[in-house]
Unconditional design. Structure first.
Length: 272
C-alpha cells in the first residue's frame, strides 16, 4: 500500500518489472498481432515473451498468485497502456477466448515487480517486492511460488509424478471428483476429448490424435453425448468447463468416462 507523507517535499514514483513467460502459443499469438512492435517493453523470441520496464511499471504491479491468473494479469497490463491500433481489441479478445489453452501451454513463468518509490509515493517494506514463479519440472512435477503484498510467500510442488503435473490427487481435488475406474480403455470405435497439457509426445496434439486414430478411435474438440472418454492431462488451473460438460451429459443418461493421460497411453502402448 502506498503511503502519503505531507512532510516530505522531495519524492518520486519509481517501479520496475521483469516478466518472462515461456509459451510458444502465447508468443505466436502476440507476434501475429505485432504486439512486440507496438509495445516497446515487450519482446518475443524463441517461444518466449518478455516484458522489461525499469522506470514506471504500475501496469504490472500485481503479479499472479496462481497460474490460472497469469493470462488475466497479462491482459490487464496490456490494456493499461493507452496505445491503440486496429487489431488491439481482436488481440485482447483472442487472449480471453484462448485463456485455458494458453495457460496450459505455459512451461515456465517469472514475474518480478519492484516498487522503489519514496516520499509521498512511499510503500510499505513488505510491498516493495512482489513476485511469481512457475515451472514444469523435468521429472513431471510443478513448482509454483508467489510473494504478494505484505511479503507473504506461498509455495507448492506436486506430490505425484504419475500424471506428470499437478499429481493424481491434486487433479482429483481440482476436478472436484475422482477419476473413473476403468478396467480397460477401449480405443477402437471410441470418441476421445483431450484437455490439459500432455507430457507424452511433448503435448503434440496432432501426434496424439494420430495415435488414437491408428488404433481405430477418433478425437473431437468438445464433449457431447457421443463422447466415450474425456482424457485429462495437467489442467494448469483450467479444463473445468469440459469436466462440467461430462457431468451434464451423464445427467442425461450418457456414460462419459473421465480418465487420465496415463490410462490412455497404457492402452495405446498395449494396443487395446
Amino acid at each position: 500500500m502506498k503511503i502519503r507523507s505531507d512532510f516530505v517535499t522531495n519524492s518520486s514514483s519509481y517501479s520496475s518489472v521483469v516478466i518472462t513467460i515461456q509459451s510458444k502459443k502465447l508468443a505466436d499469438l502476440l507476434k501475429a498481432y505485432r504486439a512486440d512492435t507496438l509495445y516497446p517493453d515487450l519482446f518475443i523470441r524463441n517461444g518466449q515473451v518478455s516484458i522489461h520496464e525499469d522506470e514506471v511499471a504500475d501496469a504490472w504491479e500485481n503479479p499472479p498468485e496462481h497460474l490460472d491468473q497469469l493470462i488475466d494479469r497479462l491482459i490487464s497490463g496490456l490494456c493499461y497502456s493507452n496505445k491503440d491500433w486496429e487489431d488491439r481489441t481482436a488481440m485482447i479478445q483472442e487472449l480471453r477466448d484462448r485463456k485455458g489453452e494458453l495457460t496450459d501451454s505455459i512451461q515456465k513463468a517469472d514475474w518480478k515487480f519492484e516498487d522503489g518509490s519514496y516520499g509521498e509515493f512511499e510503500v510499505d517494506d513488505g510491498d516493495q517486492e512482489r513476485s511469481y514463479h512457475f515451472k514444469r519440472n523435468k521429472d513431471g512435477t510443478i513448482t509454483e511460488k508467489s510473494t504478494g503484498q505484505g511479503g507473504l510467500e506461498n509455495a507448492q510442488e506436486s506430490d505425484d509424478p504419475l500424471y506428470r503435473g499437478a499429481g493424481r490427487k491434486a487433479l482429483e481435488k481440482q476436478m472436484g471428483r475422482p477419476f473413473d475406474q476403468v478396467e480397460q480403455v477401449v480405443l477402437s470405435g471410441s470418441t476421445f476429448v483431450l484437455t490439459g497439457v500432455f507430457w507424452h509426445c511433448g503435448d503434440d496434439r496432432e501426434k496424439i490424435q494420430a495415435l488414437i486414430a491408428k488404433k481405430g478411435g477418433r478425437t473431437t474438440g468438445a464433449v457431447s453425448g457421443r463422447t466415450t472418454y474425456l482424457v485429462v492431462g495437467d489442467l494448469g488451473g483450467f479444463g473445468m468447463k469440459k469436466i462440467e460438460q461430462v457431468a451434464l451429459q451423464n445427467a442425461k443418461g450418457k456414460n462419459v468416462k473421465i480418465i487420465g493421460e496415463e490410462e490412455l497411453f497404457q492402452a495405446l502402448e498395449s494396443g487395446e
